[in-house]
Design a protein around this ligand. Structure first.
Ligand code: 5HY
Length: 248
């Protein structure tokens, strides 16, 4: 199967890191296409970034459909454009926040999210609510580490993330940590060893979940609100996003 792992920001260094993480998690026979849009924000750290990034995600999905991708992972903790992406794609689409939160709820009665800028915490809190995970999500904690500081190994960033995880585990009575940024995905194993609790990386988890759905022949329902977008004229900058009726 061919899975498209989308980094919704335009950092090619972060896309490389996400691709490595996705391939590490993928099963034999799964081809991973790790891509980022050629338009949009360098990093996603606000509602505005999130909103603009959605067009880039939909543009990548349009190309993925032409390349016969069987499924998609949205590798940004805001899961930007998840519902729209499910309309646009045939195969399953899973966001890393959705995947990590659900996985954490299988292994602990409470988890804490450790993320980047404090101003993005509310986005993760709203997602926990939307996914029915609010009663498991004990807190969302910002480290105020800019997303692009996670493009490369940064011992200071690691130390700050480790300290935030320790605080969360002692103050929130949480049994697991959810990493709140795709740029933290490569830190999961080391943190898990140091903390001795489940530390969930959404990139790997989402890859495995999409693989399972595809392997079981389960695709996004086209009955109801995830049906293909309705063909209609789009104008201006968005003219290219107008859809035509999908040919079988
Ligand atoms: C992410 N932003 O995973 C989110 C993290 C965040 O560009 N990739 C980003 O702060 O929401």
């Amino acid at each position: 199967m061919r899975l498209c792992v989308i980094n919704p920001n335009t950092s090619s260094a972060m896309t490389l890191k996400i691709g490595e993480q996705a391939r590490r998690a993928a099963g034999p026979g799964t081809e991973i296409l790790a891509v980022n849009p050629d338009m949009g924000p360098a990093s996603i750290e606000s509602h505005y970034d999130d909103a603009v990034a959605v067009l880039g995600v939909l543009d990548v999905i349009r190309r993925g459909e032409a390349q016969g991708c069987d499924g998609y992972v949205l590798a940004c903790f805001g899961d930007p454009g998840l519902a729209a992406a499910r309309e646009a794609a045939r195969g399953p689409v899973i966001g890393i926040a959705e995947a990590a939160m659900h996985a954490a709820s299988f292994v602990a009665t409470g988890f804490s999210v450790v993320t980047t800028l404090t101003r993005t915490c509310v986005i993760a809190e709203h997602l926990a609510e939307a996914y029915g995970m609010a009663r498991f999500c004990r807190s969302v904690r910002g480290t105020d580490i800019p997303v692009l500081d996670l493009e490369h190994d940064d011992p200071a960033a690691y130390a700050e993330i480790l300290a935030a995880c320790r605080r969360a585990l002692s103050e929130d009575r949480s049994g697991a940590i959810v990493l709140g940024c795709a740029g933290m995905s490569d830190l999961a194993l080391r943190l898990r060893t140091e903390l001795g609790v489940p530390v969930i990386d959404g990139v790997g988890m989402a890859v495995r979940l999409v693989e399972s759905l595809v392997a079981l022949g389960i695709a996004t329902s086209k009955q109801g609100d995830y049906a293909d977008p309705i063909p209609k004229p789009y104008t201006g900058l968005t003219a290219g996003f107008a859809r035509t009726a999908r040919t079988a």
